[in-house]
Structures are given as C-alpha cells and as structure tokens.
Design a protein around this ligand. Sequence first.
Ligand code: 13P
Length: 240
Amino acid sequence: MKKLIVANLKMNFTKEEMIDYIKGIKNQISNNFEVVICPSFVYLSMFQNFDYKIGAQDVFYFVQGSYTGEVSPIQLKSLGVSHIIVGHSERRKYFKEDDLLIGKKIKAILKQNIKPIFCVGETLTERQLKKTTNILKNQLLIALKDISKEEIKDIIIAYEPVWAIGSGITPTANQIKEVILYIKKVIMNKYNLEIKVLYGGSVNKENIKSIINLEEVAGLLIGSSSLDPNYFISMLDLIV
Ligand code: 13P
C-alpha cells in the first residue's frame, strides 16, 4: 500500500507564486506515494490536468444556498477535489469549530464521494495533564456519531498534536505509535475495522524517515515543509 502524502499549503501564496509552485513540483514526486496537494480554495481551478490529486482545506456542510463566503462539497467535487481536510486545529482554534460541526462536515463530504481527512489532536496542556486519550476519544466519537460502518471506510484520520504544528517539536516515534494505535483501537471498538491514520506536525527532513517508517503511520500531513518545492521534493526523496 502506497503511503499518502498530503501537503496542506494553508493560507499561502499569491497567484504568481502558486503558478511557480505548480511548475516546481510537476512530475517531481515519486509515484511510490499517493500525493494530495491542498491549496487555498481560490487556486483549486489552477490544478486541472495536474500530476497529483487535489484537496481542499475546509468545507461547509450544505450543498448550496445563501451561505455567504462558504464553499460546498459539491462545488469542490466539480473542481476535481478528491480529499478535504476537516477539523484542522487551526479551524478549531480560530473559527471555534467543534466536534459536532466537524461531524456534519464529514457527513456532507462523504455524500459527494470525497475522502475526508479528519484531524484530531491534543494541546500541550492536555498532554501534560495526561488527558490525550480522553480528548482524542471525544473528538473521534462525537464527530463520528452519525457515521456508519460503510462510511467510515472512506475516512482518513490525521493525528496532529496541536503542540507539534508549526513548532518544530515532534512527539517521539514511540509517542506517535502509541497514539495512533489508540485511535485505531477506538475505531476498531466502534466499527470493527481498521482505519488509515496519518501523522502531521513539524514533519521535516530530520524526522521524516523515523515517522514514515512506523508501520502504524499510513502517511503524512505536511504544512511548512511542503511550501518550498525544492525542500519538499528533496525531503520526499529521502524516503522513496
Ligand atoms: P506544520 O507541518 O507546518 O507543522 O503543519 C502541520 C499541519 O498543520 C498540517 O495540516
């Protein structure tokens, strides 16, 4: 099974910079990986006839209507989006997204046959208070409360410890393994099946090998290290 590499470009690049970025990564990433690039909504239509899959960074849960400023799963589908990141900690923090809202988004994404990349993770304080497993269990079970066994098969979970995002600090390989096994256990208990879990948070050239080599890690969700095509490509070359 190919490992999944997801680049979350977040709110970066002007149009010209995006054109350069697309040129920079074109045909450069090994097809040993399944690659999904997630630019801002406004640039998605620039990715037609692209070598890799494209993803969105968020979505609203209605199909259409009077929801000023929002973007729907069906609109993203019409642009060729195959994956949508949902429940990212930056959405939770800056836009007060909660587990119930995230659950509605997951449901709406699945209706369009798009794969949700559902992010979960604890803050540093929660980890220090030894609440990691409790927090993750709640995030998972609340958002997935209306998701059936048929639907869960198409969901990818991303474990992104909030304290690792953009900080340069990562959990040890053992800590990542422990948490991912826990997430898989929660899903196994509810649905009796295995789910793919990605890791995200300060992945870089120094740590990528030790993380991707973990059997439990189905792939990576990469932020800052995906923004410079040369760095991104040479980082992925280390693990081909
Ligand atoms: P960084 O790789 O910049 O830490 O960001 C991770 C992330 O939030 C990916 O969704």
